[in-house]
Design a protein. Sequence first.
Lengths: 116, 110
Amino acid sequence: GEEVAQTPKHLVRGEGQKAKLYCAPIKGHSYVFWYQQVLKNEFKFLISFQNENVFDETGMPKERFSAKCLPNSPCSLEIQATKLEDSAVYFCASSQGTSVSTDTQYFGPGTRLTVL
Amino acid sequence: GENVEQHPSTLSVQEGDSAVIKCTYSDSASNYFPWYKQELGKGPQLIIDIRSNVGEKKDQRIAVTLNKTAKHFSLHITETQPEDSAVYFCAVLNDYKLSFGAGTTVTVRA
């Protein structure tokens, strides 16, 4: 598609439950990025993919967070055993590439995760 | 990693006036600087960007200036309109990932 699509728009989980978020990048874009936005507008990079391969996972909390981008499927971000501090808006972005003129990142509408 | 500072945190302007938001960054190797506008409940929308080989770029009422020596860049919005009210974020691309400023809440008063 022409826009980054994210589902669901809202997700509510009890503490300790699993949460799974989905992202479909813009058609033709090879790179997918996940960012977390917490209450004070702070953005935190989580992970990026080049097609189905992890490109950079330096921002991922290792214990409970995992992500995948499989061929012909939306990318996913999964949080096992959610904690209160995981409450945030999770944004997916995609870019055509990483070279000059292809590295512009376009964002989806986000998934608001609320952990109770 | 990259450290991006953005000022002011809030900005209230009269409709028709100009708005200026400034950002500084720490890594002199950074060379791509986008600005995003975020409306309530929506994702960041790219409004303008600039690369390090350019000092200024303009798109209608929006302009961005870059001073690589001083490591700062600014967003200028002229003739502000009510629909310009939103949160604006500067960002810096470093190691293929974006580092964001803390955001500026712009309110345009009618």
